[in-house]
Design a protein. Structure first.
Ligand code: ACM
Ligand code: ZN
Length: 721
């Protein structure tokens, strides 16, 4: 009885601790923010700048379910204020509020009821989009509402608007709503006006009824090598079947799905065909295809199934409109000849820092493929976690995959991929012609593994898993035989899961002073003596790193037939011939290219200046709090020159491709991952695929606006399935 009373008291005490009534977030400690379940803010003006109160409510309070801002006098809920704050269940907005900024409540998908105060005069683009649990929305005033401001509210059942004049909307303000299930309550005298008003009228029509649209000019990213229009048109209703040989079964399935989703084709009825063909004579590039639209049908020819698939992705873009619920009724007749400029166009994502569920990885692959990005590079391990099951070393995932936070974000970010799940995912990606490349870091960025198996590091020190970003001094010990046994077993198991031609070995940021780890280690000293490496200055440690790499590279090549990849570091001067190195460091691309040329190696370009998509795309954009990331704008990404001014010969013999990186230290939700990726990944895709002569920034800008809108709608509707 006594124990029961005590635990009840403790429970009440913890409740009182987690319910906070304060002026601003500054009054709470990190622990209080982490524990808070209910916050009432009474500060007259909540700070909105760097590390604003909103950013803290969004990123630092994962248990917060109730947020009451009624006591504040803020006039604006800033852009991205509570973007994908999945934890929120109840939100009371200040009745001084005049503007709800762009994406301010995007994917706040735990909130069931919301009242927009009468003071609000503007709800910006996508402000409430993706609030999927929202059942009842009350709009007390007459706010103007931007594009897709209320899109994707799939559970919405009731909208109450008090204004006798319909608030001004865009045509797609309510895109993706289940209009037949929604009760719209407006002043009786205003019902007719709402029925006729732009945007509102979509709430009175059958949402499952599709509209049709004729496409006049196509908008393709990456822009094809050549595209010429003829004078005619193809009515999509002419198309009645897809014809393809057995080797293209997968592509035929995709083609049927695309036609069903996006066009008015009449399967079994139309007389025309969509023909898919293999044709090795088109070009030397295995990814080259042609696409012809005539008044009678469509023919896609490709050198390989991958090439045919890229042709289909082009067709899909031609049929895409930026409205949900619209089918393409006709296309202009045209002819496309296309092939990529570079072999590998990849995105690197980082489930190590913040775990990314498999369902999200799938959506990620589907979108990548649309832009002909053909490799997904998975950064599976780092100082902060180990995310792939290795049967020989179960502690890696039992212990190494559990995280309770990242810097000031006390999130539960545990999780790992089993080998079986990963195998299925790899097969799924292959159907989209996306190759999944695993990365296991060495010798640095390995603290999670070292924590689980301390004998991996010099002196077998016990090291905690890192919960902050930054570079660790703990490295794998090259003088310890267990390290080679460990890596050998890990790569053996990985080779059985990932059929990719490549394995990425990391190799970044294990330089001075981190290499000090090897300066005072008996085993490292003994190895240096055995190899005849002089103990001069710390540069001898780079020779040790080379030894470690060469041994692992040899195993990868001879046992598993893999081509090794790694991040380029200038001190790592000798790149084994045939390897693929990644030029990533700001300002050092030319040095990396010269090293690749001198060593007969290939190079991927992902210079920080253009390709680090985890950096904010504009000043003040997410992630607002970071370790000092420079801004990388869409234009800056677009301006990547894959040949870096080194000319034809470099491009032909050494350039392998381009990569965009999405390190996830500051990307705490899947929605944020998409937000950081697009539209910059479209720019990267075009840099890696399209010839220089076809690329023009203003033209790309216009195409990317169209594509971003379409992607946004897809994402809202896909995520709600
Ligand atoms: C890197 O950004 N550390 C490759
Ligand atoms: Zn050592």
């Amino acid at each position: 009885m006594k124990t029961h009373l005590l635990s009840s008291l403790l429970f009440l005490f913890s409740l009182s601790l987690s319910a906070q009534t304060i002026g601003t977030m500054q009054e709470l400690s990190a622990q209080q923010k982490a524990a808070a379940t209910s916050i009432t803010l009474r500060g007259v003006q909540l700070p909105t700048g760097w590390n604003s109160d909103f950013r803290q409510l969004r990123d630092c309070c994962p248990r917060l379910t109730e947020l009451n801002l009624s006591g504040c006098r803020n006039r604006e809920l800033p852009t991205n204020a509570l973007f994908s704050a999945h934890h929120l269940r109840r939100l009371v907005l200040p009745d001084s509020l005049e503007r709800i900024g762009k994406a301010a409540l995007y994917a706040c998908d735990g909130i069931e009821e919301l009242v927009i105060p009468a003071s609000v005069v503007r709800i910006d683009d996508s402000a409430l989009a993706g609030m999927r649990a929202l059942r009842r929305l009350t709009i007390l005033g007459c706010p103007e509402m931007g594009e897709m401001a209320l899109a994707g509210l799939t559970d919405l059942r009731e909208i109450v608007v008090q204004s006798p004049i319909p608030p001004r909307c865009a045509a797609n303000t309510f895109a993706g709503l289940q209009s037949q299930q929604i009760q719209l309550t407006v002043p009786r005298s205003a019902r007719r006006a709402y029925r006729q008003a732009e945007g509102w009228r979509t709430l009175f029509i059958n949402a499952s009824k599709k509209h049709t649209q004729d496409v006049d000019s196509v908008q393709i990213i990456p822009i094809p090598q050549s595209l010429t229009y003829d004078d005619g048109r193809l009515e999509m209703a002419q198309i009645g079947k897809v014809v393809a040989c057995d080797a293209l079964n997968n592509e035929r399935d995709h083609a049927q799905t695309i036609l069903n989703r996006l066009s008015t084709w009449r399967p079994g009825k139309g007389k025309g065909i969509l023909q898919l063909e293999l044709d090795a004579t088109i070009s030397a590039s295995p990814e080259a295809y042609t696409l012809q639209v005539t008044p009678n049908g469509i023919v896609i020819r490709g050198v390989t199934p991958t090439a045919v698939f890229w042709g289909l992705m082009t067709l899909e873009q031609m049929l895409t409109t930026s409205c949900a619920n619209t089918l393409t009724a006709s296309l202009p007749t045209l002819h496309i000849e296309d092939a990529p400029r570079t072999q590998l166009r990849e995105l690197m994502i980082d489930p190590a820092r913040i775990f990314i569920p498999l369902a999200e990885l799938r959506l990620f692959v589907v979108e990548m493929a649309r832009y002909k990005l053909n490799a997904l590079h998975l950064h599976l391990v780092d100082d902060q976690a180990w995310r792939i099951e290795i049967k020989a070393y179960p502690r890696l995932t039992e212990i190494g995959s559990k995280r309770t936070g990242m810097d000031d974000m006390p999130l539960d970010i545990s999780g790992y991929y089993t080998q079986e799940e990963m195998r299925e995912f790899v097969q799924f990606a292959a159907r989209y012609h996306v190759e999944v490349i695993p990365e296991i870091e060495m010798p640095g960025h390995e603290v999670a593994a070292i924590h689980c198996y301390p004998q991996l590091t010099c002196g077998a020190r016990e090291v905690p898993i890192r919960t902050t970003c930054g570079v660790s001094n703990e490295l794998l010990c090259p003088g310890e035989e267990f390290v080679y046994e460990f890596l050998g077993n890990v790569f053996r198991e990985l080779s059985e899961v990932f059929p990719s031609r490549y394995i990425h070995l990391g190799g970044d940021e294990a330089g001075n002073p981190a290499l000090d780890c090897w300066t005072h280690c008996e085993k490292c000293e003994a190895l240096k003596a055995k190899l005849g490496i002089p103990l001069s200055d710390r540069s001898e440690n780079w020779r040790l790193q080379e030894y470690l790499f060469n041994r692992v590279i040899d195993t990868l090549r001879t046992c598993y037939g893999k081509t090794p990849m790694f991040w380029y570091e200038t001190d790592f001067k000798r790149i084994p011939e045939g390897c693929i190195t990644f030029a990533w460091r700001h300002g050092l691309t030319a040095a990396a290219i010269r090293a690749a040329q001198e060593n007969g190696a290939h190079i991927m370009l992902c210079p920080g200046e253009h390709c680090y998509l985890d950096y904010p795309a504009a000043p003040g954009d997410m992630p607002e709090v970071n370790w000092g990331m420079p801004v990388t704008s869409l234009e800056q990404t677009y301006r990547l020159d894959p040949s870096w001014g080194f000319g034809e010969s470099f491009e032909q013999h050494h350039l392998f491709g381009v990569a965009g990186t999405l390190w996830s230290e500051c990307i705490p939700t899947p929605e944020r991952l998409f937000y950081m990726t697009y539209p910059r990944a479209m720019a990267l895709a075009e840099a890696g695929w399209s010839p220089k002569s076809r690329r023009q920034w203003p033209d790309f800008q216009q195409r990317s606006t169209f594509h971003l809108r379409a992607l946004f709608i897809r994402r809202l509707l896909d995520a709600s399935r």
